[in-house]
Write a protein that binds this ligand. Structure first.
Ligand code: ATP
Ligand code: MG
Length: 392
């Protein structure tokens, strides 16, 4: 079915396991995405070989999650995650099984998986192992828990958010019993680490129908137990390929305490810096951007702010040309491009250093950016003689 490199690599791993007398299949997201004609990213292999046995079959392996049965097998074509069939033990913390048990039956392994669409296995000969009607649910575009939804969400509360994330990502509906179970168990999401919740939202923002996903998040009551407010109706046309843009838009909808809320999700400093820039640029749009903004902010930050203004039908004067064109027209693109520095100022003025140096440099920068002054030593010196040095 899939002829890309990842699938071929996974098939070669399966072949070697079979030659050693084991059974192995492709399972999970890769099979689901292939059936949906979506590009595969991770092609995972499941096998009845125990982790120790997998390690004997291949020359190069890395223990990446050996306690859960996952070994990274490295073949010349690339790495493949190989996980031993397993069943999960009791769940007492609503997060993770207390212990996992390796089993020899594929059906038992598929049964522990979250949704029918994620519980389909594919053999090397192209045949499917589909005990739970996963292919039919994919055809109907339905997310349905494997087995008793209520019980499955009680075991692992993150599955509820996964259901909603997948519905936004794939534009699927959620089966009625599965949705009702989310409504009943919503409060359990509090058991889940914020980092894992964030990872799901990262993917949700990239979905084809974020709006509908957030509607379900609110309808199911799950949103009530997550930091911040989602306001599904404001995401109507939202679409992005950059999760940072999702977080920035979410932040914009929060009002004054957005930083606290984003920190609650443990977003990184880099993400926080991006969000801050976008929000500041967005605020500045009210009075219109000048060259200072084109100089200060990155193209993606300004593009995001414009996008948000459009989504919220915020009445502002948008730039007349594409951002990159306006940025290309700037006389300089970064501070280091200035031909003068503090040492020049000290020498020319004959004054002692102090906070004034930085201030004057900033004035020079502003004047250059606004094309009021050329980035030329002699002209800058004349400008200084005229505007500053003669005054004292
Ligand atoms: P994505 O495209 O986001 O990677 P995925 O389906 O591959 O989607 P993963 O988190 O990579 O999701 O998990 C791989 C597989 O492991 C899933 O397809 C599913 O079968 C199973 N799985 C993952 N998380 C859970 C969970 N919380 N409970 C039960 N099964 C799970
Ligand atoms: Mg995956």
């Amino acid at each position: 079915m899939q002829n890309n490199k990842e699938w071929q690599t996974a098939y070669s791993v399966i072949e070697q396991l079979e030659q050693a007398g084991f059974e192995a299949v492709i399972v999970g997201g890769a099979v689901r995405d292939a059936l949906l004609n979506r590009p595969a990213h991770d092609v995972d292999v499941a096998t009845n070989a125990l982790p120790e046995e997998v390690k004997l079959v291949f020359q190069r392996t890395v223990d990446i999650g050996i306690q859960h049965g996952t070994v990274l097998v490295i073949v010349p074509a690339g790495p493949v995650e190989v996980t031993t069939y397993r069943t999960d033990g009791e769940y007492t913390d609503h997060r993770r099984p207390d212990k996992v048990q390796f089993v020899r039956s594929l059906q038992d392994d598929l049964q522990r998986r979250d949704f029918t669409m994620n519980a389909i296995a594919m053999r090397r000969d192209g045949t499917f192992v589909d005990f739970y009607g996963g292919r039919q649910d994919i055809d109907l575009r339905i997310i349905r828990a494997v087995g008793d939804a209520q019980k499955r969400f009680a075991e692992d509360a993150l599955r509820m958010l996964r259901a909603i994330r997948f519905s936004a990502q794939l534009d699927f509906t959620i089966a009625e019993d599965t949705l009702i179970a989310i409504q009943n168990r919503a409060a359990d999401i509090a058991f889940i680490a914020k980092e894992r919740i964030k990872a799901e939202l990262d993917k949700l923002w990239l979905g084809t129908t974020v709006f509908r996903g957030l509607q379900k998040l609110e309808e199911s009551g799950l949103a009530d137990y997550l930091p911040g407010s989602f306001q599904a109706d404001r995401w109507y046309e939202f679409q992005t390929v950059d999760k940072h843009v999702g977080w920035a838009y979410f932040a914009l909808l929060q009002g004054a305490n957005w930083q606290e809320i984003l920190r609650d999700y443990r977003i990184s400093n880099k993400e926080m810096a991006f969000v801050k820039s976008v929000l500041t640029a967005y605020e500045a749009l009210k009075s219109g951007w000048t060259n200072t903004h084109y100089f200060t902010y990155k193209e993606q930050e300004l593009e995001a702010a414009i996008y948000f203004a459009k989504l919220l039908q915020f009445d502002v004067r948008l730039p007349s040309e594409p951002i990159y064109v306006l940025q290309d027209k700037l006389p300089i693109r970064q501070k280091q491009d200035m031909v003068v520095n503090g040492a020049n100022l000290l020498k020319w003025s004959g004054k002692k250093g102090g906070p004034w140096v930085k201030e004057v440099l900033e004035d020079i920068l502003e004047a250059i950016i606004h094309n009021e002054l050329a980035n030329d030593q002699q002209q800058i010196k004349n400008w200084l003689d005229h505007n500053y040095f003669h005054e004292t």
